[in-house]
Each structure stands twice: as C-alpha cells, then as structure tokens.
Design a protein around this ligand. Structure first.
Ligand code: MRU
Length: 344
C-alpha cells in the first residue's frame, strides 16, 4: 500500500472509512452516504478505535445537519441524530465529545458543522503527532515494547496513540521489537496492529493474550504502551478487555506501563473508573472466529462448545495505581495530574 490514507475522512456528503472488519485479508474503502449508514458502520465496528469513533461520530453529525438543512424541524432532527449517534457505542469518550462539538456547530449552520467535523479530524491527527514525539522520548535503543489491542493509525485519523511513538522510534532507526497481544475475542492486535507494523517493516511478533506474564517474568518486555477509550478524573482508564491484567503484571515486575491518549479522551465528569460505562458485545464474538482458509476464502467458524454461551465485556478499567504515566499531546503526566489537565 503506497498511497497515504487517513483511517476515515469525509468528501461531499459521504464518509469514507477503511473497512477494518475485513483487514488484514482485504483492503477496502467503505462509503457511508447518510448519517444512518455511518451509525451502522460504528455499531458493526467497520470503523473502530477511540479516535476514529470520535471522528466518525462528528462526521455523522455533519451528515445529519446537511441531510436536514431544508427541513422545518432542523433543530429537532439534529437533536434526534445526536441521540442516535450517541447510542451506537457507549465507552469511547471521543465519540461523545466530537458528536457534541459538531452538534453545537450545527446549531449555527450545516456548513459550520462540516467545518467543525473536519477541524476535529485535523486536531486528532495533530494530537497523534505530539503523542509520537513525547512517547518516543521513553523508548530507548533496543527496547522490547508490548502493546494491547490496536491503537495505531486505524484507531485514530492518522498515526494513532500507543503505536505513534513506536512509528517515530522506528523512523529514527532505534532498534525496537514489539510484542503484539492477539486481543481476543476480536483479535484487533493479531489482525490490525500486526498488519500496521508489517506495513512499516517494524520487527514484531504476535503473542497469545495469556503469554504476557511469562514474557514479563522472564525479562522479555521493557515497556508497555496501550491506548485508552475513556480516562476518569483520577486516572482510572477504560481500555480493551485484558488491559487491567497486563497493568497489574507490569507493576508486579517493575515494567513501566504507559497509556497514550489525547486529552480529549479524559472524561472530567467521571470521578473514577467505576463510573465508566462498559460495553457488552454479542457472545458470537467469543464463540466464533472469522478468518481465511488455505484458499483465501473468508469463513466464520465456531470455536467453542456447541451448547455453551459466552459473556463478552469489551473493555475493562485499569486502576490509576497501575499506570506509570499518560502520554498526551500536552506532555507526559502521572495519574495524579490528570485532574489538573482540565485547566491546562
Ligand atoms: O472495541 P474497539 O476496537 O473500538 O476498542 C477500542 C480500542 O481499539 C482499544 O481499546 C484501544 O486500545 C484504545 S482506542 C485507540
């Protein structure tokens, strides 16, 4: 893939996004022509990751404003669209922040909403660049870095969060190696992070989710960087299910554990992580796996006992005490300073 793509963008009235459900087997762009179609794309995780969800929500709001520009009930209709967008996925803070930001702009005019949505996308890309610079200062030559889920350029408009410093360290020719958690049940690590790293020729290997303890206890990991879906005022952080246990292990073995996220992911109305809504997804994601067979045909197969059900929480909350620091676009901060960033 030579051409530089953002993970999501808007042209005319359509939202374009890389179909993340098909990666790494197929690279395809999806066009959502209406706000309703963009909402379905968010729900079905055709686009995903905190930043991309935020921008998808902002674009969906701009689409709604354009769709209703000649309606007599413009205000009521855009309010209903905001409700629909906010009902797509519950955990990622950026979805709510950007949808509301564009909704407020839409009160002035649909064109203003569109401008605001594009600005939000540019802001997102700018934050990733700064996160890359600050995070890179933590990466030494010969570092072995672990990451969980996908917080690369697919999860944001560009560059990403947890992977942004890794990209920069690699560009600066630091000798690094990345351990990629497979991230069951949807395997965002094995499918998306590994694919992103391969595209950049960054040395890496995929590990089973339950291998982290072994690797940390045998000195194979120097540093762990993950993304975030919502950060509470006290530094507690919701991220992909499985993050909590990695953070507890990292503290046990004295391995620095960093969360990389823009300050727009902080929910200052959330005092602690206990208030963060945790999405529960379909049991099918646990009971079935999708991938290609030896002939390259995409197939969904059952991988669990036929008569069993499954419980599928999509996120967990890592308590602040297990987090070394937050890599943001404004610098690196310990959990105790998160609350002060509201006025920063
Ligand atoms: O359910 P997803 O794939 O949208 O999950 C979000 C994530 O990608 C992760 O939790 C990620 O680590 C933080 S978002 C950059």
């Amino acid at each position: 893939m030579k051409k530089h793509y953002r993970a999501i963008w808007m042209e005319e009235n359509s939202v374009f996004m890389i179909e993340q459900n098909l990666l790494p087997f197929e690279y395809k762009i999806f066009e959502a022509k209406t706000c309703a179609e963009t909402c379905v794309a968010i729900k079905t995780m055709l686009t995903r990751g905190a930043g991309s969800l935020g921008i998808a929500a902002g674009y969906a709001m701009a689409q709604a404003a354009l769709e209703f520009q000649n309606s007599q009930n413009y205000s009521k209709n855009i309010e209903k669209a905001l409700f629909d967008i906010e009902s797509t996925r519950p955990t990622a803070q950026n979805l709510f922040v950007v949808a509301k930001r564009v909704f407020n702009a839409a009160k002035i005019s649909p064109q203003n909403a569109l401008r605001e949505a594009q600005q939000a996308a540019d802001d997102d890309a700018f934050c990733s660049e700064k996160i890359a610079e600050f995070g890179n200062s933590l990466i030494r030559d010969n570092s072995k870095i672990a990451t969980h889920c996908n917080a690369g350029w697919l999860a944001f408009v560009d560059l990403g969060t947890a992977l942004a410093p890794i990209y920069l360290a690699n560009k600066e020719k630091k000798n690094i190696f990345v351990y990629v958690d497979e991230t069951r049940p949807r395997s965002q690590g094995a499918r998306l992070t590994a694919w992103e790293l391969s595209q950049e020729n960054i040395p890496h290997t995929i590990i089973p989710d339950n291998a982290t303890g072994y690797l940390m206890s045998t000195g194979k990991i120097d540093l762990m960087i993950v993304g975030a879906d919502r950060i509470a005022k006290n530094g507690d952080t919701a991220n992909k299910i499985g993050t909590l246990e990695k953070a507890v292990l990292a503290k046990t073995f004295n391995i620095p554990f960093y969360v990389a996220a823009p300050t727009s992911t902080i929910d200052f109305s959330c005092e602690t992580g206990r208030n963060i809504p945790i999405e529960e997804r379909s049991e099918d994601e646990v009971l079935y796996q999708t991938g290609t067979d030896e002939n390259g045909i995409l197939r969904k197969i059952r991988v669990a006992s036929p008569n069993s059900s499954a419980f599928n929480p999509a996120f967990d909350v890592t308590f602040a005490q297990f987090i070394t620091g937050f890599i943001t676009e404004k610098g690196i901060f310990p959990p105790s300073e998160i609350k002060n960033l509201e006025k920063f």
